[in-house]
Design a protein around this ligand. Structure first.
Ligand code: AHR
Length: 501
């Protein structure tokens, strides 16, 4: 099959495009913060020590909400270590990543960095080694305007305005045996419910995220969500999902279809959440916060000795270098998130800089874009208005892991007021180019404003320190519109975006 038909119906609306789907994640891990976004002494550093060349790339990436400060890190973190005079902040051991944490960047500095990047903060509290009181203290420090011990401490520390954090994660991956203080679903559900109830006593408008499963392969997957939500349903707004993908055993066909697993994950969590809601006779719907998703060559990291016995500052950890194929998979995962944006209303690409990241830096040196930067930045820039679910007619191919998978996947957005539409497409075929005809007559489009494709003859081509621009987006000269039908040719293993008006 060398052709695909896509029909776009302006009435087939999934949900308004939610900017929070383009969130990312900054964890105190490896070189994400230290020698990543923060490198005092670097020629591009500002007075706070933040690299402005990295800020520029983050802005270009179009990331919106940023989850912080972890991740596994948060489950041993004492937030009060990282505020106040820098010279008084203690150096601690971070057990999660076996590193030294100097606390030179904390909430107040990070909030200033977020302003530079125009991003919203999504803050996680430690429910691994800590509990309700510490979460309430952090909430008071962060959000209370003034006139209380902790809000006045924040003001004395140089931050007069409250941070006004809306989204809060109640711990991180508490189902994982690797998590400091990990728990059973029952124990976590009770703690999360009590913490959430107390936080909402302080501010009922907060948006709270309960920990879901750290992967759909977890033995407790499904049951974990059920039990946690039975405890927390009326107190929380979101349940989290985390998923990482990688090519295994040279099986590129299955890898290119990774978004089928993401779809299964979303369907299962939605069904479970709605089951609990119905059982509780609740009219409320729980949303999904897909607050860790990405490509991560985890098997390789686990086999390596990068988490070693020494306690090091800002070690090089989880520094995956991404290929064209990885970027195509990432573009496909973003298509799946958009397609499910009626229920997935927040998502965080994990992570942002150096650590499984779209942006890489070298200490004292340059910052550059990984291959995965491109589908994310273009989707974030072009997606506007409402998400439309396309009807796709295309052939399938066999995968060892997922069975039959469509060769093409796609989603569209439509901004009727601005008269603009965007179509995002992946071609999963390893061998064949595909001509796609998109019936966009109902949208009234007459022009292709942009057609960008990411592909390469070498699907494993990468951008590296020595060759930072080896892979990039190319204009797709085949795209044209004729009488409401858009035609474009998708090369094998490719991701494409069309901007139409
Ligand atoms: O993103 C890297 C790690 O992956 C996070 O710290 C953790 O939450 C997950 O296991």
């Amino acid at each position: 099959m060398h052709e695909a038909q896509i029909a776009l119906d302006p009435e087939a609306v999934v949900a308004p495009v939610n900017r929070r789907l383009f969130g990312s994640f900054v964890e105190h891990l490896g070189r994400c913060v230290y020698n990543g976004i923060y490198e005092p002494g670097h020629p591009n550093a500002n007075e706070d020590g933040f690299r402005m060349d990295v800020v520029e790339l983050v802005r270009e990436l179009g990331s919106t909400t940023v989850r912080y400060p972890g991740g596994n890190f948060v489950s041993g973190f004492r937030w009060e270590d990282s505020v106040g005079p820098r010279e008084k902040r203690p150096v601690r051991r971070d057990l999660a990543w076996h590193s030294l944490e100097t606390n030179q960047v904390g909430l107040d500095e990070f909030a200033r960095w977020l302003k530079l990047t125009d991003s919203e903060l999504m803050l996680a509290v430690n429910l691994g080694t800590r509990g309700i009181q510490e979460a309430l203290d952090l909430l008071e420090y962060a959000n209370h305007p003034s006139g209380t011990a902790l809000s006045d401490q924040r003001i004395a520390n140089g931050t007069p305005e409250p941070h006004n954090v809306r989204m809060w994660c109640l711990g991180n991956e508490m189902d994982g045996p690797w998590q400091t203080g990990y728990m059973t679903a029952d124990d976590y559900g009770k703690l999360a419910a009590r913490t959430a109830a107390a936080m909402k006593m302080a501010d009922s408008t907060l948006e709270l995220v309960a920990c879901g499963s750290s992967g759909s392969g977890m033995p407790t997957f499904g049951d974990w969500e059920r039990v946690v939500l039975e405890h927390t349903y009326e107190h929380v707004d979101y349940i989290s999902c985390h998923a990482y993908y990688q090519e295994r055993g040279g099986d590129l066909d299955s890898y290119l279809a990774s978004s089928l697993n993401m779809q299964y994950f979303i369907d299962t969590v939605v069904a479970t959440a709605d089951h609990v809601g119905n059982k509780l006779r609740s009219s409320k719907k729980i949303a999904l916060s897909f607050d860790e998703w990405n490509i991560w060559y985890l098997d390789e990291h686990q086999a390596s000795d990068e988490v070693n016995t020494e306690w090091r500052y800002a070690p090089r950890q989880l520094e995956d270098v991404y290929s064209v194929a990885d970027a195509v998979v990432l573009g496909g995962l973003l298509i799946t998130l958009l397609k499910n944006s009626d229920r997935v209303t927040s998502a965080s690409l994990a992570q942002l800089v150096n650590v499984i990241a779209p942006i890489m830096t070298e200490p004292g040196g340059p910052a550059w874009r990984q291959t995965t930067f491109f589908p994310f930045s273009v989707t974030s820039r072009l997606a506007a208005g409402v998400v439309l679910k396309p009807r796709i007619r295309v052939g399938q191919y066999e995968t060892a892991v997922y069975g039959a998978a469509d060769v093409v996947d796609s989603v569209a957005t439509f901004d009727a007021e601005a008269g603009r539409a965007a179509v995002f497409l992946v071609n999963r075929s390893r061998t064949d180019s595909l001509t796609v005809r998109v019936d966009a007559g109902g949208l009234g489009v007459t022009r292709v404003d942009e057609a960008l494709t990411l592909n390469d003859d070498d699907v494993y081509a990468k951008n590296t320190l020595d060759d930072q621009q080896r892979v990039g987006l190319k204009p797709n000269g085949t795209a044209r519109v004729d009488d409401g039908t858009v035609e474009v040719v998708l090369p094998p293993v490719s991701w494409t975006a069309l901007a139409l008006s």
